[in-house]
Design a protein around this ligand. Structure first.
Ligand SMILES: [Zn+2]
Length: 625
């Protein structure tokens, strides 16, 4: 039983969650018969990674835009003054009767999307694994690279890097030794190109479009076109295939590369997916890139897989002009029950609460922390299981939040435990989740509070892209050792006591890949899980449990990235992935800590509810379905 089942206190919070968690578990996958209906029929043989579908976003985008309707509509509360602007859906399309008209429509829609997103500065994360061939496991990571920044989608393509130290040598770090062979177009401009088919010249003068067929992507019926640049149309033109949804004729997927690279330059192949997160528009969300032939025996100079994720579209622009307006200092509440004065201890706790609230708000505003949501209920249930069985009674409740990034890390500030999306993704079961959370709970129980300096609000005044140099929650080695010791004590009293073999197995799997995954294991806010190629977290459990054995198909020690958490790229909300189990048929299917292609299940905004833009008649007329 490796499912994340609830033990004791979960009944009320978690019933709905149990189903989704169980569905996403690898052990369930391993036990399933091979003929299980898969969520995405054309999905490759990968296991359970369907990183995202359009989660029905909440209503924040549905109000009519006040800036286009004159004064009458701008009656939102004064507190909303800094809230994000809403985006009006495009005007309804006139029903096309020919494929030529369809081409005109999606060209027009693409230009509309570029315009609408030009004021946005979403977060862009790229995680890349260089590959080497393993006789048993096939292509496995040999080293990895990580990039995180804000993408300015306006005219001038810019990308502010959160990771300053990598900024200067980004290109050389990206491909290790390969930069001598190729000038890699994977720089800021390259990003914008992979987001759109063609930022500047997506039109009939530069491209030929050939209709291929109709096809469903998820719930969405699409028209498929091949796109070829015309002769002499210039360098860096898109060459490949696009999928166009058949109601409003937005491009929902691009698959291909860019042609006619200049001498000694090189464009990646990419598969770029969009989600219908606001009425009338499909916004770029996932880009999978891959190069090289991974077949055995092929000697490759350039072989990698990379996942690029885009989120934080609704974040306020992180520019200099408004960085002060990002700071909200209204979180301090007088929570004393009566009019009594605060005792010194109460004052100390108020102070810590203030620091904690400041940090959580600041990280959320920077697009690094998901707003409180369903995943937190799951995490809090696990924490609660640890607390109840250990008779831990803290003056303030422990909260949890999801860090939106891939590197494997946890940290705590005040009574808030933060765990990264990437770490939740790769954990094989609830006991392993409990183990990584128990370390942070131990810090809290032991009073290892580091954050109190952030109660001074001036310390929150920095630009988003310097978040990592202004915030940090690393404990000294003595506190790390003490927290690990306490964590194991907590686990042994908990419902997870009988499952610690699984935790040992996870730590062994982590150790096996640690030397190759230094970027995934480089933390940016908290302590690292490994140092100098050796796992340092919860090492007392590492010897526990069976030996790591790749040939045992039912031994799932760690999962690929992307299998558990999906992020809504518009509002940053995190939720559990709902995947149908897929059978593991060989050791190569396990892919611990690895990058895989994206195959989001596409759905229209509001899933079922009519989108704001009316459905055109053409779609129905054309398809005959
Ligand atoms: Zn720690």
């Amino acid at each position: 039983m490796r499912n994340w089942n609830w033990k004791q206190t979960a009944a009320v919070v978690g019933l709905a969650m149990v189903a989704s968690i169980s569905a996403g578990t690898m052990s369930a996958a391993a036990q399933q018969a091979a003929g299980t209906p898969a969520a995405a029929p054309s999905s490759t043989a990968t296991v359970t990674q369907t990183p995202a579908t359009a989660a029905a976003p909440d209503a924040t985008q549905t109000a009519p835009p006040s800036d286009q309707t004159g004064g009458a509509a701008s009656q939102q509360g004064p507190g909303q003054a800094q809230a994000s602007q809403t985006i009006a859906p495009p005007p309804p399309t006139v029903a096309p009767t020919t494929m030529d008209q369809v081409v005109n429509l999606f060209i027009q829609r693409e230009h509309g999307l570029i315009k609408v997103l030009s004021a946005r500065t979403p977060v862009v994360e790229t995680y890349l694994q260089n590959l080497t061939n393993d006789p048993q496991l096939g292509p496995v990571p040999s080293e990895d690279h990580y990039f995180l920044g804000r993408l300015d989608m306006g005219e001038t393509v810019d990308r502010k890097d959160y990771l300053k130290e990598e900024n200067q040598s980004m290109q050389s770090r990206l491909l290790g030794g390969f930069h001598k062979l190729y000038k890699v177009e994977y720089q800021p401009t390259g990003f914008s190109w992979m987001v759109y088919a063609d930022r500047t010249d997506f039109d009939r003068e530069h491209y030929d479009f050939a209709y291929i067929r109709r096809e469903f992507l998820g719930d969405v019926r699409c028209l498929v076109f091949d796109v070829k640049p015309k002769a002499k149309s210039g360098r860096g033109r898109f060459l490949g295939r696009i999928w166009v949804e058949d109601q409003d004729f937005n491009i929902v997927r691009l698959n291909g590369t860019y042609s006619q690279a200049a001498r000694n330059t090189f464009f990646f192949h990419m598969d770029s997916w969009r989600l219908n997160l606001i009425p009338g528009y499909w916004v770029p969300a996932f880009i999978y890139s891959e190069e090289g032939d991974f077949s055995a025996g092929v000697k490759n100079k350039l072989a990698f897989k990379a996942q690029t994720r885009i989120w934080g579209y609704d974040l306020k622009k992180g520019g200099k002009d408004d960085e002060l307006t990002n700071i909200r200092v209204d979180s301090v509440q007088d929570s004393s029950a009566s009019a009594q004065d605060a005792s010194p201890l109460q004052a100390e706790r108020e102070w810590q609460q203030q620091a904690e609230d400041n940090v959580v708000e600041r990280l959320t505003a920077a697009g690094l922390l998901a707003p409180e949501g369903d995943v937190d209920h799951i995490l809090q249930t696990v924490v609660n299981n640890l607390e109840v069985t250990n008779n831990i009674d803290l003056p303030r409740p422990v909260r949890t939040r999801v860090l939106l990034t891939a590197p494997l890390e946890t940290f705590s500030v005040g009574n808030t435990i933060v765990i990264s999306r990437g770490l939740i993704d790769v954990l094989p079961d609830e006991a392993s989740l409990a183990a990584v959370l128990s370390h942070e709970l131990a810090h809290i129980v032991l009073g290892h509070n580091l954050g109190s300096k952030y109660a001074f609000n001036d310390r929150m005044l920095f630009s988003d892209d310097s978040t990592y140099s202004n915030l940090g929650f690393k404990h000294i080695p003595e506190e790390e050792t003490a927290a690990d010791k306490k964590a194991i004590e907590l686990l042994k009293n908990s419902p997870y006591a009988q499952k610690l073999d699984n935790v040992g197995l996870f730590l062994k799997a982590l150790q096996a890949r640690t030397p190759q995954l230094s970027a995934l294991l480089t933390t940016h806010l908290g302590n690292t899980l490994a140092e100098n190629g050796t796992v340092t977290r919860l090492t007392a459990l590492e010897s526990q449990g069976p030996a790591l054995d790749n040939t045992k198909l039912d031994q799932i020690a760690a999962l690929p990235l992307g299998g558990r958490i999906k992020i809504n790229p518009w509002d940053d909300k995190a939720e559990m992935v709902k995947t149908a189990p897929v059978a593991i048929t060989s050791a190569r299917d396990k892919m611990p800590f690895e990058v895989t292609p994206f195959y989001p299940r596409l759905a229209r905004f509001g899933t079922g509810a009519p989108a704001a833009a009316p459905t055109t008649a053409a779609a129905n007329g054309n398809t005959g379905n």
